[in-house]
Every structure is written in structure tokens, then in C-alpha cells.
Design a protein around this ligand. Structure first.
Ligand code: FAD
Length: 307
């Protein structure tokens, strides 16, 4: 919880970003600063049978020009992925945080975010692939699902993310489990109050299973995003129970986390998509990864201590 609080602190961000060791530690979870490094990492993943969804790092921008730069980074990335033949059959797609393309702007934020996201969707359609809209903290859930609905009117393949820690999510799953709907289910990565979110991990896990059941029983395309071995096994058995073909759902994990398990799932004939972040705005992302797992924090602290 403390680390999640710090993930939005400007002062701590400046210290961590300047720490001499940060770059080395970041490399474990982030595919690189620029498009070329990221595309190479994606080519390696696709080469060994995994799929990818790519996130140009950044969030909570309060600057219209920055929102446009983020949009342009996605346009360049999609073009490059297409040129390298990595978008074929949706092997590589992109994930977009609406707060990075303008949603948090005080004036016309939603409109600007929708417009930027629309341009990214157009580029994805040209490249022959899809877009998934990430989910951020609970104050943005309604706005984000509203923008996804607008995008889906023109691009019905746009995916959304639902977070099992929110009390509302089982109902959202029921609303969104229909034909053509692509839903990534994750536990949720933000610090949320008791009034809206389960606080105990066993309650979050139980909610995740209820939500998975709704999605697997529905007519959409569930994307089970978790590193949790128990939840992965449950996802697989719920899919089998519904007689789902392996291409009618997928597993997702983060770049650098449980890579052997990622390869094992892909080798067993399931679809395994890796979320690949890149860019230099890695602070918030890295802090959320450390908050999830003490071992990740120890990795960071050990690296600091040995410098
Ligand atoms: P955890 O509770 O973190 O871990 C459960 C178990 O998994 C652990 O007990 C351990 O057995 C195993 N495990 C976890 N990490 C490791 C490791 N490094 N090595 C070995 N075993 C490990 N969150 C959002 O809020 N919005 C989003 O849009 C979003 N998109 C995501 C996209 C993808 C593809 C993924 C995978 C996650 C995304 N998340 C998102 C983050 C998510 O909400 C969780 O914070 C994150 O995935 C950690 O939860 P977990 O399900 O992996 O389980």
C-alpha cells in the first residue's frame, strides 16, 4: 500500500529516477527506451511462440502536447510492427492508458483522449491488429468504459480491462461478456479505498474466479491476465468446461515476470500474450510491480546496495 502511495509522489520519483542503479533494474521489467529496442523484444517473443501487447509508458499527463506525443509514439510503433510483419494475425497489438493520451486534462480531457485513442485504433486497423484500453484507478472506470464503448462503435475489436478487486467488476463482466467483446481480467494494481475495492487478497482472488466464470461462460474473448498459478489453472479448467477452443481465449503476463511459465503455457498449445512496456516514463509502472511482490522490491534494494 505504501509503495502504491509513493507511485504517485513526484519527490520520490525524482530520487528513484536518478539512482545510479535504476536503469539496470528497470531493464528487467521494461523492454527499452525506444521503438527499435521494443520492436526487437517483441520480435523475440513472437519468434518463440508468444504474443505481445505493447504499452508506451506514461500516465496522468496534464499536458496536451505530451498526450499528442504519446499518440504519435503509438502511430510510429504500429507502423514499425507492421513493417516487421509482427502484426500478422494480431501477434502484436498495443495497450493504451487513456490518462496518457489526455483523459486527465482539466479541459476536454475525455474528448481529447477519445480523439487520440481513435487515431491509434485507425493505425492499428491499417496495420491489421487490435488495441486494448488499460484500466487505471477507480475514479476513471466509468469514463474509460464509456470511451471504450464509443471506440467499439467504429472498431468493434477494441478490448477493455476489468479489475477483480473492484466490487463492481462482476456486474461489469456480465454487461461485457457478449459476442465480439475482448476483456482482459486482472486483479488490479492501484491503491483503492475499502468503499470500492476488496482489501484482502483472498477476497480479490475469489472475485477473480467469479468474474472469470462469467467471462468464460459468455460469448466474448476472455484474456486472463495473472501470474498466479492457481488462477491460471482455474482459467484453464473453466475454459475446458465450456468446451472453449484454445484460440477462443488467452493468457496474459507481464514482460520479465515468470518467463519460463510463459513459454510453458505457449508450448502447451495455449495463447500466451506478454504485456511489453517501453519508454522512459517507467516510474509508476515499476513502483506498482514492486508493490505486488516483496521479491521485486528486494531485487531493487539489493541492486542499490551493491552499487
Ligand atoms: P499476484 O497476487 O501479484 O501474484 C500471485 C501469485 O503469482 C504469487 O503468489 C506467485 O505465486 C505468482 N507470482 C507473481 N509474480 C511472480 C514472480 N515474479 N515470480 C514468480 N511467481 C510470481 N492492472 C491494472 O490495474 N490495470 C491494467 O490495465 C492492467 N493490465 C495488466 C495487463 C497484464 C497483461 C497483466 C499480467 C497485468 C495487468 N495489470 C493491470 C496488473 C494486475 O492488476 C496485477 O497487479 C498484477 O498482474 C499482479 O497480480 P497477479 O494476478 O499476477 O497476482
Amino acid at each position: 500500500q505504501g509503495l502504491l502511495g509513493l507511485s504517485r509522489s513526484k519527490a520520490v520519483r525524482q530520487v528513484i529516477e536518478k539512482a545510479p542503479v535504476s536503469r539496470d533494474v528497470v531493464r528487467r521489467f521494461v523492454a527499452g527506451d525506444g521503438t527499435a529496442e521494443c520492436v526487437q523484444a517483441v520480435a523475440d517473443l513472437v519468434g518463440d511462440g508468444r504474443l505481445a501487447t505493447i504499452d508506451f509508458l506514461g500516465e496522468d499527463t496534464l499536458d496536451v502536447a505530451q498526450a499528442s506525443r504519446t499518440r504519435d509514439a503509438y502511430l510510429t510503433l504500429l507502423q514499425e510492427l507492421h513493417t516487421r510483419d509482427l502484426t500478422k494475425a494480431g501477434a502484436a497489438e498495443v495497450s493504451v492508458k487513456l490518462s496518457a493520451v489526455g483523459q486527465a486534462l482539466p479541459q476536454d480531457g475525455e474528448k481529447i483522449a477519445l480523439d487520440n485513442a481513435r487515431q491509434i485504433c485507425e493505425a492499428a486497423a491499417k496495420a491489421g491488429t487490435t488495441v486494448t484500453i488499460d484500466m487505471e484507478d477507480h475514479t476513471t472506470t466509468d469514463s474509460t468504459l464509456g470511451i471504450v464503448r464509443d471506440l467499439r462503435a467504429d472498431f468493434p475489436w477494441v478490448g477493455a480491462v476489468l479489475q477483480a478487486y473492484l466490487h463492481r467488476t462482476e456486474a461489469d463482466c456480465r454487461d461485457l461478456a457478449g459476442q465480439g467483446s475482448r476483456i482482459r481480467l486482472c486483479k488490479g494494481a492501484y491503491k483503492e479505498p475499502e468503499s470500492v475495492a476488496y482489501q484482502e487478497s483472498h477476497d480479490v482472488d475469489a472475485s477473480y474466479v467469479r468474474c472469470l466464470k462469467v467471462l468464460m461462460e459468455g460469448d466474448g474473448y476472455p484474456m486472463a491476465a495473472s501470474h498466479d498459478p492457481r488462477l491460471i489453472e482455474i482459467a484453464r479448467s473453466l475454459a475446458d468446461k465450456q468446451l472453449r477452443a484454445p484460440e477462443s481465449y488467452e493468457f496474459q503476463m507481464l514482460f520479465g515476470i515468470r518467463p519460463d511459465e510463459q513459454r510453458r503455457i505457449a508450448a502447451a498449445g495455449n495463447q500466451m500474450r506478454v504485456y511489453v512496456p517501453y519508454g522512459d516514463e517507467w516510474y509508476g509502472y515499476l513502483m506498482r510491480r514492486m508493490a505486488e511482490r516483496p521479491a521485486n522490491t528486494m531485487f531493487f534494494l539489493r541492486a542499490l546496495a551493491t552499487k
